[in-house]
Design a protein around this ligand. Structure first.
Ligand code: CMX
Ligand code: CO
Length: 146
C-alpha cells in the first residue's frame, strides 16, 4: 500500500537560495541535508507535516552536483521546478514488483539509498502520464540519523 505523499522533489540551481526562499516565504525550516553522490545531488528536506502512517511529508530541494546528473540535465531542459513526486510505503520492494507487474517501467532492479537512510526506486515518467514517480520506504526512526 502507498500511504502518504513522502515528498515532492523540486530542482533548483542554488540550494542555499532556494532554502532561504522557503524559510522567508513560508517559514519552513530545513529538517535534514545531505549529498547523495549516486544520485548526483545536494539536497535539503523540509518537513511539512507528519502523517498517520508514522511517516511524514517533505519538500525535497535538489541541486545538481555534477553536470551529467539527471537533475542537471533536467534543469538544462526545463529550468527550475517540480521534478518528481514520491509516495511512501512500508514495502518498497513489494510495491515496485507489483507495479512492474502492471507494465510500468521500474528504473532500478533493487531499491537504492535515498534521503535519511530510506530505500527508493523510480517509475519511468513516460509510463506515468508524464510524472517521474518515486517510491520510498523510510529508515526505521532510530536509524535515520539525521
Ligand atoms: N518528469 C517528467 N518527465 C521527464 C522527467 C521528469 N523529471 N525527466 C525526463 N522526462 C522525460 C523527458 O521530458 C523526455 O521526454 P520527451 O522524450 O518527450 O522529450 C523523456 O522523459 C526522456 O528524458 P531525457 O531528458 O532523455 O532523460 P533520461 O531518459 O536520460 O532520464 C529518467 C529520465 C527518468 C530515466 C531519469 O531522470 C532518472 O533516472 N530519474 C531517476 C533518478 C532521479 O531522478 N534522481 C534525482 C532525484 C533523487 C532523489 O529523489 O533522491
Ligand atoms: Co526524491
Amino acid at each position: 500500500m502507498l500511504t502518504r505523499i513522502d515528498h515532492i522533489g523540486i530542482a533548483c540551481r542554488n540550494l542555499d537560495e532556494t532554502v532561504e526562499f522557503y524559510r522567508a516565504t513560508y517559514g519552513f525550516e530545513v529538517f535534514h541535508t545531505e549529498v547523495n553522490e549516486e544520485q548526483g545531488v545536494r539536497e535539503a528536506m523540509l518537513k511539512i507535516n507528519e502523517t498517520d502512517d508514522g511517516g511524514a511529508s517533505y519538500l525535497q530541494l535538489l541541486e545538481p552536483i555534477r553536470e551529467d546528473s539527471t537533475v542537471a540535465k533536467w534543469l538544462e531542459k526545463n529550468g527550475e521546478g517540480v521534478h518528481h513526486i514520491a509516495f511512501g510505503t512500508a514495502d518498497v520492494d513489494g510495491e515496485s514488483e507489483a507495479i512492474r507487474g502492471k507494465g510500468v517501467r521500474v528504473l532500478y532492479d533493487e531499491p537504492r539509498r535515498g534521503s535519511m537512510g530510506s530505500r527508493i526506486t523510480f517509475l519511468h515518467p513516460k509510463d506515468c502520464h508524464g510524472v517521474l514517480t518515486e517510491l520510498v520506504t523510510s529508515a526505521p526512526a532510530d536509524a535515520a540519523g539525521h
